[in-house]
Design a protein around this ligand. Sequence first.
Ligand code: HEM
Length: 360
Amino acid sequence: MTLSDHTLPKPVPDKSPFWQALDERLGLSGLAYPVPEYANSLPYVLGGITFFGFVVLIITGIILAQFYNPTPSRAHDSVIYIITQVPLGDFIRSIHFWMANLVVVTAILHLIRVFTSGSYKRPRELNWLVGLGLLAVTLGFVFTGTVLKWDQEGVEALAHNSEIGELLGIWGVWFTSEFTRSVPILTRLYIGHLTLLPAAFTLLIAGHMYLIKYHGISKHATLEATVDDDEQDAVSSSFTLHLRRLLGYGLILLAIVGALAVFWPAALGQAGIPGEEVTKPPWMFLPFYPLEDVAGINGLVGGSALLFILLALVPFVDRSRWLSPRKRRWIMIVGVLLLIVLISLGSYAWLSRPVPHLME
Ligand code: HEM
């Protein structure tokens, strides 16, 4: 039994006959966990909104996969076909594109919420690491998705992919064309986008949800709250209310994405020319771009590895009892400084001209 089972009121059952009939057959209430009142606010629903975004990405991704051709000679043309010939193809592709971007935003905001409320502390250290795995997989989706367009940006992303693979030696061989001559690397990255990354995501999200249910939502980070009294506020609200809130915010996100898709459809550049390097990476990779200016592919790999290592260390260096950000001043200052460095590097990269790194 967990601490939360002992201390928390049971989730309030939903009395609707439809729900009861469904629950009797499927035992859905077994998936519910006690949700304190404060966990229905936007900051505490960001993880759920991210999950909602992934559901939209899966649905639109399945539709796109019916028309995309992952062979190098046909890939770019098949994207043009999706945009110009497939009914609603441009719109569905744009929903997929914008939702991928916003899911990165909501995942980062979720991380910031968990960081600020000290929710990575004992006993949730492992779930923080699982969350970091989910973030890495999310970025992997964006990266492989960028290659699939097979325009100039995609071809350059692939060139970086291969360089990184070579840098990692035997550990990175999967990311290079040397892995096999029977399947082009573009096709393998497509397979990664459709099978390996979703499999990793499914395992990680199952673990994430299991641990959330096991530990319950962390205590409200008030001034006096500590990890020692890890129990929620007495007022537990209904789980279905939590789901309804989540769905409401998710639909607002979908409406924003829909508007973006209508007014700013996802771009597609000219068919890529291998050997040229004239584009910049998607925004979430921009903070590492100046590091590549300085130290080439080592800067890119070293910088991103350092960021993930620093984040992974958070629960192990901040071991105080306190949850309130006001009583965790030094880690909050480090967090804010890290954010400022990342935003400054990203802004510098955004404003500067693209520089060839790989093919001088
Ligand atoms: C990228 C996809 C992710 C999804 C879909 C996701 C989903 C969720 C959901 C639904 C919750 C329940 C509470 C809430 O919504 O805030 C949650 C809690 C949590 N997540 Fe995530 N998460 C993701 C990424 C991350 C990341 C990047 C981190 C941190 C490195 C993280 C760490 C945690 C922790 C520690 C909790 C427990 C928080 C608490 O008890 O207050 N998650 N996550």
